[in-house]
Design a protein around this ligand. Sequence first.
Ligand SMILES: O=C(O)CCC(=O)C(=O)O
Length: 188
Amino acid sequence: MARDTSIFAHGAVIVPDFVTPAEEARLLLRIAEAPWLPELRRRVQHYGYRYSYSGDGSREPAPAFPRWAACMAERLRPHFAGALPVQCIVNEYRPGQGIGMHADHRQFGPVVASLSLGADWPMRFRPRAARPYAAGALPGDEVAVLPRRSVLVLAGDARHRWMHGIDRGMSARETATRVSATFRTLAP
Ligand SMILES: O=C(O)CCC(=O)C(=O)O
């Protein structure tokens, strides 16, 4: 992928080792003991505000951030230009599970930051231009491995003009479970 067409030249950054192995283990324990929402093909937890997957732009209140999420939100502030993230989705991906190509709703703020836990997993990135929602590989897609304990920060064009997703074919080759916690502010 030519450097100037990469999402990493347009506002995406991977911050390695954002949490230590001991913190990762504690976070996974805290997350595992909380209730999961079973409404998708993967298990999720929503905090602060519920994210509407139908794309209707609704923003219903959700349970308050648990202590671990409040600590992570505080630690992520510098990546949000000092703003405190107020919405978090935890996603659990088992091998063969994924998340469709999407860009986050515009009612959330200009930065999205996703903490990866449990396993290194690949994520697909795609400019929004042509056939943005197609599953599987398209020419021009970029795949990057998100290392466990890292944070992926999407800002600027990477947030609004690119899509991201994990396709199930790709994840079927994985052997371990990945858990992510994605943090957002609200749009002004
Ligand atoms: O799993 C991730 O890192 C990203 C999750 C995501 O894109 C979302 O919850 O909208």
